[in-house]
Design a protein around this ligand. Structure first.
Ligand code: ZN
Length: 318
């Protein structure tokens, strides 16, 4: 079994409780935000009713896309670019190229993309083809649909429609044997360093509902990819983790990423954000990710708060 959990001494994640160090970390850049939209209330408007700011732009990098969170049939990601014969989001291509350079430097030169961006209608076609195969084998309509859904996403439920997913392999075949190739082992260990996760892990099939797919990579960006791997969370669990905890800090040598899920992102210093993304398509909540230099005095004030413990004291106190 390929274990995604990796021991990496230089990177570790710490959940923080509400501390002054955390507040002051925000305060150092909470001056006027020139990009903040300015609203003028109409003269007749009731001044006591605040005009809500629209949620900030959603990069979509963290979108949980699955049968419960499907994309619209007309959804097409922004910034689709080509890499060879395949289309993907610009961010995916940049991360893929960085990762490929590192793979090559390690002497692995046989990894290829097998599939990337997929339109809604392509998903419909793939699903229908697989289902027809099962009905052809004598399964009922309902059985065939159930069997198909184990390996093929329902239309709109495929991450490939986001432009953030890549299927990669070494011999043109997408199967579990990829995990035991040199490239497969390298991917399992290092892809998170480039912002990717192996989306459908063997030990998470009961949560994702998808078979083990060591070849299916999803770009979520850092530090999310590394936090997920360090804490052995699939994307469903990571979304739940953020829903419950709303805030964590990910340390990396002299820097840290501060990750917060908020409904009022306008209060955060968005001009310094590395990324602002909803957790699910259409949600108005935003995950705001900011990178900072590690303040010298911050570490002693932080308290370790392990993931998945449910209630974050930071939240219950505000
Ligand atoms: Zn895939």
């Amino acid at each position: 079994m390929k274990k995604l959990r990796l021991a990496r001494p230089v990177i570790f994640a710490i959940m923080i409780t509400l501390t002054y160090s955390c507040q002051s970390a925000w305060a150092d850049s909470s001056g006027d935000n020139p990009e903040q939209p300015v609203f003028f209330a109409p003269e007749a408007a009731d001044a006591s009713v605040p005009v809500p700011a629209p949620p900030p732009k959603d990069s979509g990098l963290l979108w949980l896309v699955n049968p419960e969170n499907r994309l619209e049939s007309n959804f097409v990601p922004s910034s689709l670019v080509k890499s060879g014969d395949y289309r993907m989001r610009r961010e995916t291509r940049a991360a893929w190229e960085n990762m490929l350079a590192a793979l090559n430097a390690d002497g692995i030169t046989d990894l290829r993309i097998q599939s990337a961006y997929r339109t809604y209608s392509q998903q419909e076609q793939i699903f229908a083809n697989k289902k027809a195969q099962y009905t052809g084998e004598g399964h009922s309509e309902a059985e065939a649909e159930k069997l198909t859904a184990r390996s093929i996403a329902f239309p709109g439920a495929s991450e490939h429609q986001t432009g953030l997913a890549l299927d990669v392999t070494v011999n043109g075949r997408l199967n579990g044997a990829f995990a035991d190739t040199e490239a497969g082992r390298w991917i399992a260990e290092h892809c998170h360093e480039y912002g990717f996760v192996v989306r459908y892990a063997e030990e998470k099939t009961h949560i994702t509902g998808i078979i083990f797919e060591p070849w299916h990579l999803r770009y979520v960006g850092r530090p999310h990819s590394s936090f997920m791997v360090e804490n052995n969370l699939c994307l469903e669990e990571y979304a739940e983790y953020l829903d419950n905890n709303r805030l964590y800090v990910f340390w990396e040598n002299v820097r840290y990423h501060r990750v917060e899920l908020t409904q009022d992102a306008s209060a955060l210093p968005l001009e310094n954000a590395e990324d602002v993304s909803a957790l699910r398509p259409g949600s108005e909540w935003r995950v705001v990710t900011v990178i900072r230099k590690r303040p010298a005095a911050a570490l002693p004030a932080l308290s370790v708060f392990p993931p998945h413990t449910g209630n974050n004291p930071f939240l219950s106190s505000r």
